[in-house]
Structures are given as structure tokens and as C-alpha cells.
Design a protein around this ligand. Structure first.
Ligand code: MN
Length: 339
């Protein structure tokens, strides 16, 4: 029984896991696989403004139900599940209009409360989604990052007639690419690293180009009869990109933002009004995991190749070191808690 905690910024610790029994409405998951996310690295570095230390981290995890609390009706012992880390109150204005991911009382598992990098995690019944036994735990644990992509593509109303420009071919960019391709959209991916661009091509990018050697504005100008891309997603989280995104987007275009930088940027109101652009933020996911699980089960999404390394949970420190020292060698690194 192990748990991976960040005791304070820069202090990763492997601890004995002594979890509670599930209370009313809660379930206990025997965790099998968990993915490390960029936001886990931010918590380790002390650069996540929401976290309170010490914290057991991890919000992308899948496993088997080991125990259920009183009143749990939709989930049974032995069910395979993936977690949805978004805990919402259900009462505030955003919850009432179906925007539970920006709940006024939002708590994220692995950030505001203890997460899934542990042998057994206890969470509310509403925060687990059943998966078919035919789906591997490793693929099931990719449902959360894919739900983040589904959320931003819902916010930007991505459809088959769209051309989507994705900034960044890291984990976020590649999940956006996969979901947008599944929706039938044409996808252009830009990054500054050729290896990442090669991966984007393997995941179906129609065009993948290096922005160090090729101008983004010129490369995308010929899309949609010279109007530019109709959807632009910033999967890189770089504020200065927003300026360019507004410039290159087609009239009636939608720009989806996922980054959490506090830095301001210079955007032109004229550009936004002239083209009636929509700039939308997208945070976590608005209950998209059941839909993502159905896409994974049907084979509409095949994200397995995103998993570049798997470490035993006891070797978590080595996994974090690899991500920090050699980010170019990793895409999604997972921890195995079943050993
Ligand atoms: Mn994540």
C-alpha cells in the first residue's frame, strides 16, 4: 500500500497508504494505472495556486472498485472504473446551467483534495465512470486528458466542416488532435520540435509543421478558401500566441484557451469584432468522461501510443525525474500500482 505525496514544493515522498473506508455515497478504488500530468509537475514545483500541501497528487487514474459506502447504487464491488477529478456542488449558478467544471465551490481530486497516486483512493460515487473489462487500465487512465480535449472542442463547437489549428504537439495538443479528427475536422498542428510533430502525423494530423522554420500565419493562410482556420486551440499555454491566433483565425472563428498563465497579452479588439471571433476558456471537463469512455470502447479513439513509459509506483521519483530531465522523450508517463 503506497501513496505518492508532495509534502511541500519540491518534496516528493513515497508514503505508506492508510486510506479511509468509503463513507456514505463514496467508493474505494484499488488503483491500477495513473498518468502523470503537467499539472502534477506544477504542484511539485509549487506553481499551482490552488493546491494546499501536503497533498497526495494524481487525477488521471483507473482501477477496480474494492468497497462501496452506504447508499451507493450505480457502482458495485469489482467494477472497473476511471475517475473524473472534478468535484462540484451541484447548487451554484454554473452547476445549475450544466457548467460543473467551473463550479463556484470546485474541488479537484489530486489538487484541492487527495488524489489517485495511491493504492486505494476513496471518492464520491459521482466521480467514477464504469469502463468495460475489455479496455486496458492504461487506456482507461487516458480518459481524463481526452475529456479535457473533448471539453475545449465542445466549447469551440468543433464540427466536421472545421479546420482546426492546434498549437503544441505535447500531450494536450495530441489529445485535441485525436478528438478533432474523430469529429471529422481537418487538423493542422504546429510545434517547435520535429519529434513531436512526427507523433502528431502518426495521430492523424493533416498538416504538421515546425514554427521555427515556417511562419504559422503564412502556412495556415490558405485554409478554408484563404480565410484561415475556423478553430484555433492553444495547447501550448503561451499567452503571446493569442495575438497570432486572433490574426490567423477565419471570420466566425473560435479560439480555445487551456493555459493557466497570468501574463497579459496584446490582442486587438478590432480583430475580434471585425471577424466576430469567440475566445473561450476551457477548464478540466464538464462530465465528458462517459462519452470519452464510449469512444475508447468503440475504438473511435486509439490513444495507446501516447503512453511512452510506465514505472512501478515505488519508482515514482524516477518517473518524475525523467519527465523533468528529458521531457522530449516522454509524452504520457504512467505509474503502475498493481505490482
Ligand atoms: Mn491531467
Amino acid at each position: 500500500m503506497v501513496a505518492i505525496a508532495v509534502r511541500a514544493p519540491h518534496r516528493l515522498a513515497l508514503e505508506d497508504d492508510s486510506h479511509a473506508q468509503p463513507g456514505p455515497g463514496e467508493v474505494a478504488i484499488r488503483v491500477n494505472r495513473a498518468g502523470i500530468c503537467g499539472s502534477d509537475i506544477h504542484i511539485l514545483h509549487g506553481s499551482n495556486p490552488f493546491v494546499v500541501y501536503p497533498r497526495i497528487i494524481g487525477h488521471e487514474f483507473a482501477g477496480t472498485i474494492e468497497a462501496v459506502g452506504a447508499g451507493v447504487s450505480h457502482i458495485a464491488i469489482g467494477d472497473r472504473v476511471v475517475a473524473d477529478p472534478v468535484v462540484s456542488c451541484g447548487k451554484c449558478y454554473p452547476c445549475r446551467i450544466g457548467r460543473s467544471n467551473v463550479c463556484a465551490n470546485l474541488e479537484v481530486i489530486g489538487v484541492h483534495r487527495d488524489g489517485g497516486f495511491r493504492s486505494v483512493a476513496v471518492l464520491p460515487e459521482e466521480n467514477v465512470v464504469k469502463v468495460s473489462p475489455s479496455l486496458g487500465f492504461d487506456v482507461a487512465a487516458l480518459a481524463e486528458p481526452l475529456a479535457v480535449a473533448a471539453n475545449v472542442l465542445s466549447r469551440t463547437e468543433c464540427r466536421a466542416e472545421d479546420t482546426v489549428l492546434v498549437y503544441g504537439a505535447g500531450t494536450v495538443g495530441l489529445t485535441v488532435l485525436q478528438v478533432a479528427k474523430m469529429k471529422g475536422a481537418r487538423c493542422i498542428v504546429t510545434d517547435m520540435d520535429d519529434e513531436r510533430l512526427e507523433r502528431a502525423r502518426a495521430f492523424g494530423a493533416d498538416v504538421a509543421f515546425n514554427s521555427k522554420s515556417q511562419s504559422v500565419a503564412e502556412t495556415v493562410a490558405k485554409e478554408l478558401d484563404g480565410l484561415g482556420p475556423s478553430v484555433v486551440i492553444d495547447g501550448a499555454g503561451i499567452p503571446s500566441l493569442l495575438e497570432e491566433a486572433c490574426r490567423v483565425a477565419a471570420p466566425a472563428g473560435r479560439i480555445g484557451l487551456l493555459g493557466f498563465s497570468g501574463a497579459p497579452c496584446n490582442i486587438s479588439q478590432q480583430e475580434i469584432v471585425r471577424k466576430e471571433l469567440s475566445l473561450v476558456g476551457s477548464r478540466l471537463n464538464r462530465r465528458f468522461i462517459p462519452e470519452v469512455v464510449s469512444w475508447l470502447e468503440s475504438g473511435a479513439l486509439k490513444p495507446q501510443a501516447m503512453i511512452t513509459q510506465t514505472f512501478a509506483a515505488a519508482d515514482a521519483a524516477a518517473a518524475f525525474e525523467l519527465i523533468e530531465q528529458h521531457p522530449e522523450q516522454t509524452l504520457k508517463v504512467q505509474l503502475a500500482f498493481d505490482a
